[in-house]
Design a protein around this ligand. Structure first.
Ligand code: UD1
Ligand code: CA
Length: 474
């Protein structure tokens, strides 16, 4: 079937790859159903904003210019769009007067006629690049408008696709639908594709004669038909087009995406012992034969190289784990943690903005931030770097093969040379030269028999007090 589509697209004159494309992403809606102070498209799933997910799909589909339609003053949305795709065009919709009105806010982009125009909602983050390509292939087969249909488990809130045989006649929004139309199970996924040269003319025919008085993009179907043009439907599964209007849908979409990501991680050769308990970010990269134990959370920006083991209850974010390393249980890798090969990071150890070189170990109850721990060095139980003086952060540099005794405090900025030894419980404020031993703690004093005497004296005192309390009042 894929083959057939390709060849007929070819017959249409130019192959899909030669046709240029404009993707208009709508992100100017109020998102009032989320009851949030934050714009809807900036809410995140799998560690990435809804908008970034959509733009990633556009980029992966290739050969597509992107324009994002935002509300006035939505600077945070503009910043997010530019961060996700620096070359993106921004258009402002002055007032939220409906999805068709929003598309026309990008009129300047539309007027520069692309071969294909895709209209994508900023709140459908699970969209896959291959779906965008299927839509474009359907345009190449002769439809002027292509709608992405699906059959949701709960159609509430979605527009219904009104068919006559295999022809799409109209899309009816739920509020405007008759009871019979509401019973239709085939719904509008929101994504639409237009042949570039007729797109603007279709969109300009759309009026606002409906319950909400909005310009509905969905009316493009009736408009195209009135112009004698053909509209077609492509079907996809629900997980491709889940729209997020409510917090419950945000959570459902997160769950669907997590399943997709877990499956992909396992297919790429990682073992997830209990996949349903592991949370991944969209950009998590797990190497071959990585083992992830139950209950691990990956925030954005994590790469784990081959054969590493991430043990239970660990939390990782913007971190790199080298091949064969062992992390956790109960470890926290914060942004900028970079672990080399065969590093061991054990329970209740926190690493931030620090390079832990090959074979180094911090196995228990430690904090290493703004630092380097040289290859093969050992960072003892309960040892910490004191990187923050209340005003600024300072660096700690620990050389190769150094040994940091338990409960040491390294007060940054400070250097511990290669092969140096820091005694347990030391507070290190001055640099330690290579191969030196530094001891910085009060000397131990031992007083013979003093404990027994102390106990006897305290015991005597308590007996006297009890006697006094029991004595009859005079
Ligand atoms: C829309 C469709 C519905 C479809 C559903 C799929 C219309 C009229 N309805 O409904 O048929 O089943 O999506 O998820 O198109 N937006 C703007 N400016 C506006 C209005 C909306 O930029 O003036 C943006 C929103 O930010 C959002 C997208 O357009 O990203 C969709 O708007 P939304 O209000 O969520 O539409 P739905 O009611 O979900
Ligand atoms: Ca929506």
């Amino acid at each position: 079937m894929g083959k057939r589509r390709e060849s007929s697209a070819h017959r249409g004159g130019r192959r899909l790859g030669d046709r240029n494309c404009l993707a208009i992403v709508l992100a100017a809606g109020e998102g009032s159903r989320l009851r949030s102070a934050r714009p809807k498209v900036l809410h995140a799933i799998a560690g990435q904003s809804l908008l970034a997910h959509v733009l990633a799909a556009v980029r992966a589909a290739g050969n597509c210019r992107a324009a994002v339609v935002v509300a006035p003053g939505a600077d945070a949305v503009v910043d997010e769009a530019r961060a996700a795709m620096p070359e993106v065009e921004i258009h402002v919709q002055a007032q939220p007067r409906g999805t068709a009105h929003a598309v026309l806010a990008a009129r300047a982009a539309l007027a520069r006629t692309a071969d294909d125009v895709l209209v994508i909602f900023g709140d459908t983050p699970l969209l896959r690049p291959q779906t965008l390509l299927r839509m474009r292939a359907a345009l190449a087969e002769g439809a002027a408008v292509v709608v992405l249909g699906f059959r949701p488990s709960d159609p509430t809130g979605y527009g219904r696709l009104v068919m006559a045989g295999s022809d799409l006649v109209a899309i009816r929004e739920e509020l405007d639908a008759s009871p019979a139309e509401r019973a239709i199970t085939l719904c509008n996924g929101g994504l639409m594709a237009f042949v570039g040269k007729t797109a603007l003319a279709i969109l300009e025919r759309i009026g606002n004669d409906n319950r909400k008085g909005e310009y509905y993009l969905t009316d493009a179907i009736a408009a195209a038909r009135a112009m004698g043009l053909r509209a077609a439907v492509i079907e996809t599964e629900e997980d491709d087009v889940r729209g997020i209007n409510t917090r419950a849908q945000l959570a459902e979409t997160e769950a669907a995406l997590q399943q997709r990501l877990r499956k992909a991680a396992m297919e790429a050769g990682a073992t997830l012992v209990a996949p349903e308990t592991v949370f991944l970010a969209a950009d998590t990269r797990l190497g071959r034969d990585v083992v992830v134990e139950p209950f691990v959370v990956f925030g954005p920006g994590v790469t784990v190289e081959d054969n590493a083991v991430i043990r239970s209850f660990s939390h990782l974010e913007r971190a790199h784990v080298g091949a064969g390393a062992r992390v956790g249980p109960y470890a926290r890798l914060r942004p900028g943690a970079r672990l080399g090969r065969d590093v061991h990071i054990g329970n209740f150890v926190e690493i931030k903005e620090a390079v832990i070189e090959d074979g180094a170990k911090a196995n228990h109850l430690a904090y290493i931030g703004d630092a380097r721990l040289g290859a093969g060095a050992n960072f003892g139980a309960g040892a910490i770097v004191c990187n923050y003086d209340g005003v600024a952060k300072h660096r700690t540099d620990i050389g190769k093969g150094a040994f940091i005794g338990s409960n040491a405090a390294l007060v940054a900025p400070v250097k511990v040379g290669e092969g140096a030894y820091v005694a347990t419980g030391s507070v290190i404020t001055d640099d330690v030269p290579p191969d030196a031993l530094a001891i910085a703690r009060g000397r131990q004093v031992v007083k013979k028999s003093r404990a027994a005497r102390l106990r006897a004296r305290k015991g005597a005192g308590r007996k006297a007090a009890v006697k006094k309390r029991r004595a009859p009042a005079r």
